[in-house]
Design a protein around this ligand. Sequence first.
Ligand SMILES: [Zn+2]
Length: 543
Amino acid sequence: MAKSNKSGEPASVISTRDKSRSLVLCCALFFTLLIYPVLGMVWHHSYPLLSPELGLIVIAAATISFFLSALILSTRSLVTNLVVTLFVTIGLMIQFNLFFEGLTIVFTMGLILGFLLKDRYIEFVLAVFVAMLMGSWLDSRLDPATKLAVLQPEEASSGRGPVIHVLMDGFMAPEGLPWQDESQKLRAEIMSFFKKYGFELHTRAYSHYSSTLNSMTRAFNFTNDDQALFRRAEALREDLAFRDNAWFEVLSDAGYPIHVYQSESVDFCHVATIDQIQCNVFPIPNLKTVNREIDDVRTRLEVLLRTLVSQSEILTKILRNARILDTWGVSIYDERLLPKLTADIQSRPGDAFFSHLLIPHSPFVFTEDCDINYRGESRTRWAYIVGNLASDSESQNRRYEKYIAQSHCAIKLLGQLFDTLITDNLFDKATIIIHGDHGSSAYNHSPHIANFDLLTQRDLLDAFSTLFAVKWPGGESEIIGDVESLNVLMAKMARKFAGHNTGEMINAVTSEPEPFIYLTGMEPLRQIFVNIYGGPDQGRESE
Ligand SMILES: [Zn+2]
């Protein structure tokens, strides 16, 4: 039986005018669907709009839209609607990192609407996506660095010196570094740097955990209640948020308004018990540097497209398994962060400032002098090669070279901050806490239970060794070589900061029987007693 349109005429005699109107509409729709996640991305990252790589994307999207429209308009409207729904689903998957449930809902709703609206479906979807584009354009007009500011200008300060707390992601303890000459130069630099500025430096600190989220949720809550926390790990991972933050409560109770400077990777801003946190969020990756530092348009285009696709975890996984997509290491440390932090300390010197700096964390694109270098093989910029459990020592050496260069840059950035505070007479009265969350992660074997028999002392140091340093107001420098966990060090620091009148939670964790770590993938969870720095508890071979 021949299909008819609404007026009862056979489909083949639709007027040429209707046909060209449908072609224009369909073309506009596919163009909008293709360009929607691209524009969402470039606006979000404030990427320069007038760049040749974006011009190429626009030309490609327009060409694809035209041919696709011409092709599918010759079919029946329900087939057209099916193809449109498929594009809608893929576009939203990339823009909002949708998983299977979300994708199923979008796809099913699209099919139902396509069936109900028939020929009007294209106009409907076009209107929805134009509205969404407007929405994301308006949203991107807000500077991400000040998006969630809630601190009132009249809010009182503590009346004391600033508390400056910097989490330098992946910063190793000096005694955890490899023994090669370059590493030992870095070790000496770390020691003399913290000595020069009057810090108490813990040279053998470590974390029980090899990931940021596990490490910091425990350290900030002075807790070793891992069974409970690991059970909640799924919920934690979902929003990567610190709903409980005992350390921020200590600061808040001491009368300190809190400013947070963070990336989009982990959320420290939304603490259940504190309603006023000045929140600064910096987008990752730092795409603007790609436009600034890479001359080749083809490479810039490739980076943009890879970044676009990697917004969807599902798509990334599929392409990586098919060996089509390899991670391209775009800087995830945003160079605007420290200048913003410094300016805020100068304007409100009685407040507390916490910042999560994604340096010396991979990708290692910063040189010793903090220039960006995107040349060379991108694989060596990552701490570990994704998907490969074991790597060879040659590639590890190359990654450590880059890690060490980037660590010199990290120290240089800290030095600039401290020197500014000295010039402004703020340094002496400041309490400054600097630490990492795990090691360099440049290990040969990842700290996974499946690698239990393969892990060397080097692997354990690469995974768990971490920096911890505190400068008290008017404090003198001190080098402490005890093997202590971040949990204990944070608890002791908080107890000293708040005075004797501190909660049971802080006191409970200030002693741990002996060093232990957790490996990932453990079921059931158990503490592995090992001193990663060697000594009597050392049950493993060193290299
Ligand atoms: Zn980390």
